[in-house]
Design a protein around this ligand. Structure first.
Ligand code: NAD
Length: 329
């Protein structure tokens, strides 16, 4: 099939080109993101392949349908950026990569926790400048600390295993309780208990109308003073202004983010010679106890291989009119 990729970076091109020798699709890569002004570039293609910050709103989907696009192939698990009702209305099928490597995101969560706690990023810079002082670098043992996870799917369980391995008590909340949780020593509880008892809180649920701003002024007020808050899921799970207030009042002691509510204007691009116009984001950068990575939790070789493989399988299944196990409705 003729496939156009939006937001295609060199690493996407490398993995997809390598694997496509087994699938034989015609791949065309564009660096620009998909939105109302760029949708026209899908003219002549059967399939549009997009990533997390591409915009598949109802307006864009209507434009794609007018261009005779038949399939929207997501290179992601999350699909909060796609208007599925519009896709159904305009008869565009949508497929995703439901699981590629929960370990990639769970391990990045650990990286954020350890860096914030043991301040290895600050130590790295100090040592290079010949500053061997330990002042300001003190951390705490993770052993025996309580970690609260919100969302216990594939990534939540992988994260549970990691923190159990470090000797932590792991509390978890999910709208669905999977029996597997008890076997790995997870304690299912409610949100109030997570907020009241956790030293570290990490978000692993999808962004939905129910989870939008699940972390706000009210939930922050219920947390332990000095809590460490980690978000590797989706930016809008957190009300950023409320978190900034929490940091200023030292109610939040550490913040680790791989995602940000307004990341679409920033992440995945080199803006190092530009003036960042997002004042909320720059306020976050001013805190010494905030660590931000640019939506890279998924970014391992294993995950990239799987994303490319499953996406190409999804497209081939669609081309052959076979059942689509990874379809979204
Ligand atoms: P999953 O579908 O396996 O698990 C999500 C879990 O969240 C499910 O168990 C579900 O029941 C639960 N959930 C849904 N609504 C909830 C609510 N209101 N309260 C509590 N729990 C709720 O998904 P996953 O593979 O574990 O991924 C989790 C999220 O991680 C994805 O939705 C995506 O947003 C994010 N993600 C981020 C990256 C990254 O690079 N930063 C990569 C992959 C996934």
């Amino acid at each position: 099939m003729r496939v156009v990729f939006f937001s295609a970076k060199p690493y996407d091109i490398q993995f997809f080109k390598d694997l496509n020798q087994f699938y034989g699709h015609e791949l065309h890569f564009l660096d620009v993101p998909l939105h109302t002004d760029t949708a026209v570039l899908a003219r002549g293609f059967d399939v549009v392949c997009i990533f997390v910050n591409d915009e598949a709103s109802s307006l864009v989907i209507e434009q794609l349908a007018d261009l005779n696009v038949k399939l929207l192939a997501l290179r992601s698990a999350g699909f909060n950026h796609v208007d599925l009702a519009a896709a159904q209305k305009f008869k565009i099928s949508v497929v995703r990569v439901p699981a590629y490597s929960p370990y990639s995101v769970a391990e990045h969560t650990l990286a954020l926790v350890l860096t914030l706690n043991r301040k290895t990023h600050r130590a790295y810079n100090r040592i290079r400048e010949g500053n061997f002082s330990l002042n300001g670098l003190m951390g705490f043992d993770l052993h025996d600390r309580t970690v609260g996870l919100i969302g216990l799917g594939k990534i939540g369980f992988a994260t549970t295993r990691i923190f159990k391995g470090l000797g932590c008590r792991v509390l978890g909340y999910d709208v669905v309780q999977q029996p597997e949780g008890n076997e790995i020593g997870l304690e299912f509880t409610d949100l109030a208990t997570i907020y009241a008892e956790s030293d570290i809180i990490s978000l692993h649920c999808p962004l939905t109308p129910e989870t939008y701003h699940i972390i706000d002024e009210t939930s922050i007020a219920q947390m332990k003073r000095g809590v460490m808050l980690i978000n590797t899921s989706r930016g809008a799970l957190i009300n950023t202004l409320a978190v900034i207030e929490g940091l200023k009042h030292e109610q939040i002691g550490y913040l680790g983010l791989d995602v940000y509510e307004e990341e679409g204007d920033l992440f995945f691009e080199d803006l190092s010679d530009k003036v960042i116009q997002d004042d909320v984001f720059t306020r976050l950068l001013a805190f010494p106890n905030v660590l931000i990575t640019g939506h890279q939790a998924f970014f391992t070789q294993n995950a990239m291989h799987k994303i490319a493989e499953v996406t190409l399988q999804n497209i081939s299944a669609f081309a052959k009119n076979e059942p689509l196990p990874n379809a979204l409705k």
